[in-house]
Design a protein around this ligand. Structure first.
Ligand code: PGA
Length: 250
């Protein structure tokens, strides 16, 4: 499996010029990178201005709506993203679940709509610090997967990426240990296998995300079973992000 490194810029940088500069420095550094897939997820307004001609860098969005068009003020449809040559869409990120109150049901509707258009959803799951303390990690993961992928056909599941992102590790500088990340990811694979069968479970890419940087990337990527990384803060620093990509390339 080719490792997958996803850069989630979140609501950064502040203007088009800075977005172009950031993307161009990544592009320069990624020239000739093979055996790896890199996805860059800028904010919506920058998707159309970023000049991406490299086949191994794919564009991703950070969210979308569950309808293709109509009276949904402020929303963006998967069809619009596809038109902008977007290939991946992050769905169910914890910041959307917590701040925008997105539910598993909403995430499920979005996954279905994204899959209809042959885009790849990157579905984020993960527990809060409180849930972890109470020993509910597996319970939370199971629920998010069961509800999130409800009604999705087996054949569609091979175009899905899952990211294990423990909420307490996101943007905190307090990453989950590689061992714990692997345990959670193996559990996620087991749940997928129970619902969709072993073949799908083996095929699906499952990433780790949460305070990843160039110092700890190797620990995760060294684990058989962790197929890549979802990188937030460190993806805004080209040097740091390129180091992570090089580590993934091996
Ligand atoms: P972080 O964010 O790398 O800044 O912790 C990860 C994410 O939210 O996807």
């Amino acid at each position: 499996m080719k490792p997958l490194i996803v850069g989630n810029w979140k609501m950064n940088p502040l203007n088009q010029k800075a977005a172009n500069q950031l993307f161009n420095s990544l592009k320069r550094g990624l020239k000739n990178v093979r055996k790896i897939e890199v996805v860059i997820c800028p904010p919506f307004p920058y998707l159309s201005i970023i000049n991406n001609q490299l086949s191994f860098i794919k564009l991703g969005a950070q969210n979308c709506f569950w309808q293709q068009k109509g009276a949904f003020t402020g929303e963006i449809s998967p069809q619009m993203l596809k038109d902008l040559r977007v290939s991946y869409v992050i769905l169910g990120h914890s910041e959307r679940r917590q701040i925008m109150k997105e539910t598993d049901e909403m995430v499920n509707k979005k996954i279905k709509e994204v899959l209809k258009l042959n885009l790849w959803p990157i579905v984020c799951v993960g527990e809060t610090a409180r849930e972890r303390k109470k020993g509910e990690t597996f319970q939370v993961l199971k629920k998010e997967i069961k509800e999130g992928f409800k009604g999705i056909a087996k054949s569609q599941m091979s175009k899905v990426v899952i990211a294990y992102e423990p909420i307490w590790a996101i943007g905190t500088g307090n990453p989950c240990s590689a061992d714990d990340a692997l345990t959670a990811i193996l559990f996620i694979r087991k749940v997928i296998s129970q619902i969709f069968g072993i073949t799908i479970a083996k095929k699906i890419k499952i990433l780790y995300g949460g305070s990843v940087n160039s110092k700890n990337a190797r620990d995760y990527l060294g684990e058989d079973g962790i197929d890549g990384l979802l990188v937030g803060g460190a993806s805004l620093n080209p040097k740091e992000f390129l180091k992570i990509v090089r580590i993934a390339r091996g």
